[in-house]
Ligand binder design. Structure first.
Ligand code: ASP
Length: 435
């Protein structure tokens, strides 16, 4: 009997098909009809609709899920503890990431003898927000505007405070909790629809990207590209597995296998923000993290934790310094670790913002922001890769924090078939809020 492929298999197949079709179109130069009707037409519309549908779910999902999660916790001390642990781990993993990136880039030395004439793209630097402003902006002056603008940190702060108030409002608060718990189920149902359409959306996005981004632009920047890819691979296959093993005694292979869905979404959308619905789903249903932890740590991580982005900034700094023939001192390296970690907090979870906050890092060590023009040509592909690492970091920290709070269902984590994508109507016991 022939078994039907699972949704994940279909998504991976769609990715590969997109890579092949896109690369073929790029290699031969798409004929006019293919450009108009296929790339700008059907695929452009399907890809954009898919990303819009994902983004449509982010604010309602984070708000509802977080309010339900916080109220389910009911113990405000636990909330503070979870927040502190998540924050510490997010900052630590980012600092480790930049250190790995700088060490590798220092050893390989990408950019030495680079011919700057080989790329002619230009870059006009934008001001990255100072960290004080990031802090001030955390509290929304108008929560509705925060939701309308999709300002995740502000939505998180509002949802946390709202959830705490619900917990403290006695019997009336319980009505609100029930409402939000039910809403959560409804919204997850909507996310399931998007998941079912995912193979088409992923195929459209990937084909479009590979059709416009020829692999030949990689050649002059091969050293930069390969150094960063190697650094990202170390973070993905060494740092996270080690942390999961040491801090939570969890099987890292199981973790990596279960990351397939969010990884495919992060890779094709290059936005950890748009991937939140899938990351949250995976953390809860596949990894077994309780909603009360995951609903908080996943959106928080998508917003402030960008290990892959910080790695790009580390390697890019060394690359640009080498091209301009500027020697970086040890203190410069330390400065890069610090600023790249903070910049990752201020980097919005959408495509290509990492480049904007890179200006902040370069400025700290006295490098010209124009250097970014050198690497902009290969950034889209690297953005896809680093977003995958960003999202994996969010999930790894979520599992570690959930485990430390006794809020990780190990039976779900260890079960390779847990949380089949097709059956989300019923929440698993692990994510039922405790009554
Ligand atoms: N695209 C990245 C993300 O959404 C941010 C960046 O590095 O540009 O995670």
């Amino acid at each position: 009997m022939k078994s039907t492929p699972t949704l994940t298999q279909r998504i991976i197949f769609a990715m590969l098909a997109g890579i092949v079709l896109g690369s073929v179109l790029n290699a031969f130069g798409p004929p006019a009809w293919a450009q108009i009707y296929l790339l700008d037409g059907v695929l452009g519309v399907v890809g954009t609709l898919f990303v819009s549908a994902l983004k449509m779910m982010v604010v309602p999902l984070v708000l509802v899920s977080l309010v339900a999660g916080v109220t389910a916790l009911s113990d405000m001390k636990a909330l503070g503890r979870i927040g502190a642990k998540a924050l510490a781990l997010y900052l630590a993993t980012t600092a480790i990431a930049v250190t790995i990136a700088l060490t590798l880039a220092g050893a390989v030395g990408p950019g030495r003898g680079f011919d700057a004439g080989a790329t002619e793209a230009s870059f006009t630097g934008k001001e990255a927000p100072p960290i004080t402003q990031v802090l001030i902006d955390m509290v929304p002056t108008n929560p509705v505007a925060a939701m309308a603008e999709g300002n995740m940190l502000q939505v998180i702060v509002f949802a946390l405070l709202f959830g705490i108030a619900v917990t403290m409002s006695g019997a009336r608060g319980r009505h609100v909790l029930n409402l939000f718990t039910d809403l959560n189920t409804v919204i997850m149902h909507m996310v399931e629809w998007i998941m079912r359409l995912a193979p088409w959306g992923v195929f459209a996005l990937i084909t479009g990207t590979f059709a416009t981004q020829g692999l030949d632009i990689l050649l002059p920047l091969a050293a930069y590209f390969l150094t960063l890819t190697a650094a990202l691979a170390i973070q993905l296959f060494v740092t996270y597995p080690l942390l999961l093993r040491v801090l939570a005694r969890l099987n890292p292979i199981t973790f990596l296998k279960k990351m397939r869905d969010p990884a495919a979404f992060a890779f094709s959308t290059a936005s950890s923000g748009a991937t939140i619905p899938v990351t949250l789903r995976t953390a809860e249903y596949r990894m077994g993290a309780r909603n009360s932890v995951a609903s908080f740590t996943v959106p928080l991580g998508a917003t402030i934790n960008m290990d892959g982005t910080a790695m790009m900034q580390g390697v890019a700094t060394v690359f640009i310094a080498n091209v301009y023939g500027i020697d970086l001192a040890f203190t410069d390296f330390l400065l890069v670790v610090l600023t790249a970690t903070l910049a990752s907090v201020g980097t919005a979870a959408i495509p290509a913002v990492g480049l904007v906050t890179l200006t902040m890092v370069l400025g700290q060590v006295g490098l010209p922001a124009e250097g970014i023009a050198l690497i902009i040509g290969v950034d889209r592909l690297l953005d896809m890769l680093r977003t995958t690492v960003n999202v994996t970091g969010d999930c790894a920290v979520t599992c570690i924090v959930a485990n430390s709070e006794d809020a990780l269902d190990r039976a779900v984590y260890d079960d390779p078939a847990a949380g089949p994508v097709e059956t989300v109507t019923q929440r698993p016991p692990s994510s039922q809020p405790a009554s």
